[in-house]
Design a protein around this ligand. Structure first.
Ligand code: MN
Length: 208
């Protein structure tokens, strides 16, 4: 089975002025696509490993993956999953959280502005490459979880135990370097204008 890249849910220039078209194009068509290609190449290199499941099933149990390709599957498979999740976390349209999510934002952070400030702080605190995830537990309590490299909520790792991710910010330099160079804070503050609260609300409703 070959994994395929999910197409972008909007045009390259749809996220301007916050993220420029060239950055979106390279990020999706080169970086994201390369994770897909390298994931497939790793699986194909191990002919005895005839995996037929979904990406979630693959990442949810990395112990089933032969040791020789496990790191490649983890890094590239995580890269694929995280980017699929990331593109859907952004919207060119202005969106609002559902009433249920809004109530949980108030309970967990005080208000939306405090949540956004925490998200920026968490994104800035990631050393090197990684992600900042807004997650919900089964009671609806919200929490921001940073991750390194391509570690992913789809993996069975302690940081995400009992949590459902509802939004994410990519803080790899490739997500912002062309427009913002080393100015990660400026980029993350710009991204706040694009977060898809409608999608976040749907993910929140479906949390386990
Ligand atoms: Mn990325």
């Amino acid at each position: 089975m070959k994994f395929e890249i999910e197409s972008l849910p909007y045009a390259y220039n749809a996220l301007e002025p916050y993220i420029d078209a060239k950055t979106v194009e390279i990020h999706h068509d080169k970086h994201h696509a390369t994770y897909v290609a390298k994931l497939n190449a790793a699986i194909e290199s191990e002919q005895g490993f005839a995996f037929e499941g979904t990406l979630d099933e693959l990442l949810g149990d990395l112990q089933q993956v032969p040791e020789k390709i496990r790191t490649a599957v983890k890094n590239n498979g995580g890269g694929v999953w995280n980017h699929n999740f990331y593109w859907k976390s952004l919207s060119p349209e202005a969106t609002k959280p559902s009433q249920a999510l809004e109530e949980c934002i108030s309970k967990s952070f005080g208000d939306m502005e405090s949540l956004k400030k925490k998200l920026v702080d968490s994104a800035l605190a990631v050393f090197g490459s990684g992600w900042a995830w807004l997650c919900a537990d089964s009671d609806g309590k919200l929490k921001i979880v940073p991750s390194s490299n391509q570690d992913s909520p789809a993996m069975n790792i302690d940081a995400f135990k009992g949590l459902t991710p509802i939004l994410t910010v990519d803080v790899w330099e490739h997500a912002y370097y062309l427009k913002y160079q080393n100015r990660r804070q400026e980029h993350v503050e710009a991204i706040l204008n694009l977060l898809d609260w409608k999608c976040a609300s749907e993910r929140f409703e479906k949390r386990s």
